[in-house]
Structures are given as C-alpha cells and as structure tokens.
Ligand binder design. Structure first.
Ligand code: DQA
Length: 151
C-alpha cells in the first residue's frame, strides 16, 4: 500500500524577529527564534507533520516565498508578519492569492500597545489570531493547524 504523504505547515516570521532574545524582552520574551523554531519542529515531528520555518526582514522575500507555494503544496501557514502586520497590503494580497489557510500570531498583545499596532492587514482574512501569549502562541497555532489538516 502506498505510504500516506505527510501534511505540511509553513511558519513565516517577519522583520526583526531574528533579534528575538535580545530585542525588547519585556514585549517579546527571552526565547530566541531558534528556540521557537525548535519547539515547533519537535511538536510537528511528534505529529508526523512536515514543518518548515523561514524568517526574513524583506517584504519581497516573504512575498516570493508565498508565491513559491503555488508549486510546493503546503496545507497550513502560521505567520507572524511583525511590523508588516500594520503596513503591508502586498503581503496580505499574496496570502489571499495562494488561498492557504493561516493563523496570525503575535508574541505581544498588539491591542495593549501603541495605537498604530491595533490595526492588522491580516486578521480579517486569517482563520484566527493569537496575540499576547508569547512563544506559546506559535505552539497553540501549530496544534490548531495539526488538528485541522489531520481531520
Ligand atoms: C509583533 C508585534 C508587531 O507590532 C511588531 O512590529 C513586531 C512583533 C509581535 O510578535 O508581537 O515586530 O508581531
């Protein structure tokens, strides 16, 4: 019998998230991005899901990564668009174009911060939004993704 192909999740991290661990720990905690990616990889492996993580400070690279998904099938996306959350119609349009369901994650509670952070260009097209739960937010999003794509 042919082996069942495993489902896949892509995790996208936006600008400045490469500085996690050093960057404003009061807002973003002490975990590095490598710590978060390792936690996600472990959870995905346990669930027999293939998971890739990608961080970029470039809007163009993030958009091109999404466009490339037209060829490589991905079942679910977890994205922290970081500052692009509040600015990028282009990244929003790329997500709309590829029609892969996604959860928007923020480490900090964007609604408890400056007013310019209260608006997201992604939330209304996301399956859901997790904001303010730190690194755990990514794991909760992954648990949701695993459950959804395994059903
Ligand atoms: C962030 C919140 C954004 O407002 C900010 O620009 C970030 C990180 C978060 O994870 O809390 O870079 O997305």
């Amino acid at each position: 019998m042919a082996e069942k192909t495993s489902k896949s999740v892509l995790v996208l991290h936006g600008p400045n998230l490469n500085l996690l661990g050093l960057r404003e720990p009061d807002h973003y905690g002490n975990n590095t991005l490598a710590d978060i990616d390792a936690l996600l990889a472990k959870r995905a492996k346990e669930a027999n899901i293939s998971l890739a993580s990608f961080q970029s400070n470039s809007e163009v690279e993030l958009i091109q990564t999404l466009h490339a998904l037209a060829d490589k099938k991905v079942d679910f996306i977890i994205i922290n668009p970081a500052a692009f959350t509040h600015t990028s119609v282009a990244l929003r349009d790329a997500l709309s174009a590829i029609k892969v369901p996604f959860v928007e994650v923020h480490l900090s509670n964007i609604y408890a911060r400056e007013t310019f952070r209260h608006h997201s260009y992604f939330s209304d097209i996301a399956v859901g939004v997790i904001s303010g739960l730190g690194a755990q937010g990514y794991l909760l999003a992954l648990d949701y993704a695993i459950k959804t794509i395994s059903d």
